[in-house]
Design a protein around this ligand. Structure first.
Ligand SMILES: CN(C)Cc1n[nH]c2ccc(-c3ccc(F)cc3OCCn3ccnc3)cc12
Length: 389
């Protein structure tokens, strides 16, 4: 009976505490293509598998509504992520995507379950170890049909569809702890609209604080400071690709980006992704900053329905001090209408979090690698060079 904690995860190729020192680095189980099940896993009666076509407006709407009403909430159930359709198309239709890796489960034409994969090549702990794998995301089961053990079936089915492509590893993140995190990172928030954050209950005032004091404390200049800072354009793709790939080599977990992928992931998309480059003298790009748009629905509030949050994506500072570059990111986000700017303590983020007055969040984001034993059991947050949306 699957009712002991993590009963499902104990059946999966993930290192557990006492195996840690026995397993050699690399794949935990070697996959055999010929042994992969050719047919989908069985679903309970009336449930059916369904490949989601996010380009189809109606199907995209169904995914949007399922997530908006049933996806991740904060620990106090005050906020729930509200990923937009444009955002989902950005996140889930990258170059090389497979049509059967956006998996839905339907009952009477209604979408009740979802899980996604996108193809990535992950560098693990050194430049020589490049592993083609999947990045898993958006695991969601409708609130009304939880405890049917649908989530494990969704995980097994996407695993099967990844195995069929002769890929045997996965990378994913989650707020919860299941066997076995490779890194436990923390998130931080920088107030941009102090008054609204207090009114929605995101921030609270201590006895000595007042709203106007908070507004003064977090006040930002009207315009960014760095000369030559401007929105990224197509002509910047080659330089941004070089800057990014060079920078990411500093970390133990990172993707290598083609120019095609940089076009997809970084060219600005309204209300989805903002990328700004610093163009020093004639045409030379020396730095860039980027943040993505992920609002949270405010579950119960008389005045506001949403919290507008910008999330730090990738930032490369080779000639501008990182603190100054990120200070400009705050100003740009404020001017784009965001209420809060969020960042994890991964990459070099620790260098600006305190100085720019970020406050720690109330939870953590755990990183996972499926079917892979690291040389070092855990990675420090500053060794993580990947951002999962
Ligand atoms: C990553 N991606 C897989 C979505 C995802 N799943 N689980 C999560 C748990 C935390 C964060 C997270 C990551 C960075 C951050 F600055 C704040 C965060 O959550 C705040 C709490 N919250 C939840 C909903 N509304 C507010 C993301 C996620």
């Amino acid at each position: 009976k699957l009712n002991k904690p993590h009963q499902f995860w104990q059946t999966q190729p993930m290192p557990n505490i006492n195996e840690m020192d026995k397993l050699k680095p690399g794949p935990i189980q070697l996959g055999v293509l010929a042994e992969v099940r050719k047919d989908p896993f069985n679903l309970i009666d009336k449930f059916e598998w369904f490949n989601v076509d996010l380009r189809n407006e109606e199907q995209a709407q169904q995914v949007y509504t399922l997530l908006k009403e049933n996806y991740v909430e904060d620990d106090d159930n005050m906020f729930r992520f509200d990923y937009s359709i444009d955002f989902l198309r950005w996140a889930l239709l990258p170059p090389g995507q497979y049509s059967d890796w956006l998996i839905g489960v339907r009952v009477n034409q209604k979408l009740v379950g979802f899980i996604t994969g996108i193809p990535v090549t992950l560098n693990i702990e050194n430049e020589q170890t490049k592993v083609k794998m999947t990045e898993i995301n958006f695991l969601c089961v409708h609130k009304k049909i939880r405890a049917n053990r649908l989530a494990p079936v969704l995980i097994k089915e996407i695993t099967r569809r990844v195995h069929i492509k002769n890929m045997w590893q996965a990378v994913y993140t989650a707020g919860i702890v299941v066997p076995t995190p490779i890194s436990q990172t923390r998130y931080y928030h920088r107030s941009l609209n102090a008054k609204k954050l207090i009114e929605v209950g995101f921030s609270s005032l201590s006895a000595r604080q007042t709203i106007s004091r908070q507004q003064k404390l977090y006040k930002l200049p009207e315009e960014p400071k760095t000369p030559g800072l401007r929105p990224m354009k197509k002509k910047d793709v080659a330089q941004v690709t070089k800057l990014l790939n060079e920078y990411l080599k500093n970390f133990k977990l990172y993707f290598k980006y083609s120019e095609e992928e940089v076009k997809h992931w970084f060219l600005p998309r309204k209300d989805v992704i903002s990328t700004y480059v610093v163009e020093k003298e004639q045409g030379v790009v020396t730095d860039f900053l980027s943040f993505y748009n992920l609002p949270s629905q405010v579950i119960k509030n008389p005045k506001y329905t949403h919290l507008r949050a910008a999330y730090s994506y990738y930032n490369v500072a080779t000639s501008t001090p990182i603190v100054q570059l990120m200070y400009d990111a705050l100003i740009l986000a404020k001017n784009e209408g965001y209420d809060v700017f969020n960042a994890l303590d991964i990459m070099d983020n620790d260098k600006f979090l305190k100085e720019l007055m970020f406050c720690p969040g109330d939870g953590q984001l755990n990183y996972y690698l499926y079917n892979w034993k690291l040389e070092s059991n855990m990675l420090k947050p500053e060794e993580i060079g990947i951002v999962l949306v």
